[in-house]
Design a protein around this ligand. Structure first.
Ligand SMILES: Cc1cc2nc3c(=O)[nH]c(=O)nc-3n(C[C@H](O)[C@H](O)[C@H](O)COP(=O)(O)OP(=O)(O)OC[C@H]3O[C@@H](n4cnc5c(N)ncnc54)[C@H](O)[C@@H]3O)c2cc1C
Length: 398
């Protein structure tokens, strides 16, 4: 049997371990933390959004670069993931927003335990508290305060570089670079963005949501929700644009995004509704006829002078396109995911590292992006499953 070592114990690694053929491989999974799946559990704190229920076309469109992720997702789709989880006694349900979660009452730790128990029952060993630090002169893998370990095949699945407390701290970057592997710099994705809010506005509206809005930037747009914070803006609508905004912030000091407070209505519909109103106060029209809450109305006041606020045509235009200046991205460590990681031209179509023999890399440690909504976990699970299928077949060919 060939000796196969997996380094990292996140979702990409776990599904790989669950799917590898243990008649062909003697598998050991190493993780620097004392327990595996810690970021997976953090992900579960706000509701464990496992995948997104959409057509394959719509699903793959959410990933960047699409041409890298689409073939992987086609081989292990969102429907495949739901069936896989169901097979492991983790039934899922599709929420009203098409996000997929474990059935009500199933806690994230139970999901994790079901998967890790299945892996252990397959005679796969977990070597925990084992931090990978590189290779020694003989090419053996070095783990902190351990003898060198020899393996026929190594799969790296060490995650991105946010939420360091979970173990995903990108500390592998320098070692990879020292071995000639190009690693794109880590940057926050699916993260908060800084806005220079007026002090009075923030003292009244900090923590308030803006629901059912749309955000647009540079020809891209996303619908959803935003939250006003002291730092700026959070929420799925801006997370979805985070990669594009970050790209622009590489060259520009600030970025202008536009907020549509009424994405389901056209300017003409809003104007007509406004003009049908019998109320005299503008704020009453906005609140009672156009259903805008206090936060949305205050935001409008921020960017309209008195004349514009009392001119229905100008005001309606602003409702459809509130300008917001983004100054910077939030802290990397607080981001839901990271941009950057192992450059995609460093691996072949089977995730094999071109410069390090018999080694593969999967999961968030590679340089791809997806918004929140279950796409990140789906991407990681798909990569792990597809690599297992490849490695299981590889032995047959040789
Ligand atoms: C707050 C938050 C909420 C999220 N919510 C969602 C959600 O609802 N839906 C969704 O799809 N995604 C969500 N995500 C993202 C998702 O959790 C990650 O994309 C996913 O966990 C990445 O999986 P991975 O297998 O690539 O690596 P990780 O889960 O990051 O695991 C990497 C593992 O490698 C280990 N490791 C790192 N370096 C070493 C080393 N040198 N030696 C040994 N071991 C090492 C780490 O200890 C860790 O266990 C969320 C993330 C966060 C932070």
């Amino acid at each position: 049997m060939k000796k196969l070592i997996i380094i990292g114990g996140g979702p990409a690694a776990l599904i790989l371990a669950a799917e590898l053929d243990t008649k062909k491989y003697k598998v050991t999974l190493f993780d620097k933390k004392k327990t595996v799946g810690r970021k997976f559990l953090v992900a579960g704190e706000g509701g464990l959004n496992l995948t997104y229920n959409a057509s394959l076309e719509a699903l793959t469109n959410q990933y960047f670069p699409r041409e890298f992720m689409a073939p992987v997702l086609r081989q292990f789709t969102n429907q495949d993931l739901m069936s896989w989880l169901n097979k492991h006694e983790i039934p899922t349900f599709i929420g009203s927003s098409n996000r997929v979660f474990p059935e009500l009452g199933i806690k994230p730790i139970e999901v994790l335990n079901k998967i890790t128990t299945y892996i252990s029952d397959r005679d796969i060993a977990f070597q925990l508290g084992a931090k990978w630090e590189g290779w020694n002169e003989e090419g053996h893998l070095c783990f902190h305060e351990m003898e060198g370990v020899l393996a026929d095949i190594v799969v790296f699945a060490m995650g991105g570089a946010s939420w360091q407390v979970t173990g995903s701290d990108g500390d592998w970057r320098e070692t990879f670079e020292a071995n000639g592997v190009k690693v794109e710099p880590f940057r926050a994705a699916n993260c908060a963005f800084e806005v220079d809010w007026d002090k009075t506005f923030i003292s009244t509206h900090e923590g308030k949501p803006l629901k059912n809005i749309a955000l647009s930037f540079d020809g891209h747009s996303s619908k959803g929700e935003l939250n006003i914070s002291k730092f700026g803006l959070e929420g799925n609508a801006i997370y979805a644009l985070s990669q594009k905004i970050q790209e622009k912030l590489l060259d520009e000091e600030s970025v202008l995004v536009h907020l549509d407070l009424k994405p389901t209505m056209t300017i003409d519909q809003l104007k007509a509704k406004y003009k049908r109103s019998h109320r005299s106060k503008v704020t009453d029209v906005l609140n009672k006829d156009l259903n805008l809450d206090r936060t949305a109305i205050s935001l409008l006041k921020q960017c309209c002078d008195k004349d514009a606020f009392s001119n229905p045509d100008m005001l309606v235009k602003t409702i459809k396109s509130v300008p917001i200046v983004i100054k910077s991205a939030g802290e990397l460590d607080e981001a839901i995911s990271t941009l950057g990681g192992v450059a995609l031209d460093e691996i072949d179509e089977n995730f094999q590292l071109k410069k390090i023999p018999n080694s593969y890399a999967i999961g968030e440690m590679l340089d791809w992006y997806a918004p929140t909504g279950g796409y990140l976990l789906q991407g990681c699970f798909s990569m792990g499953f597809v690599l297992a299928k490849f490695l299981n077949a590889l032995e047959d060919k040789e």
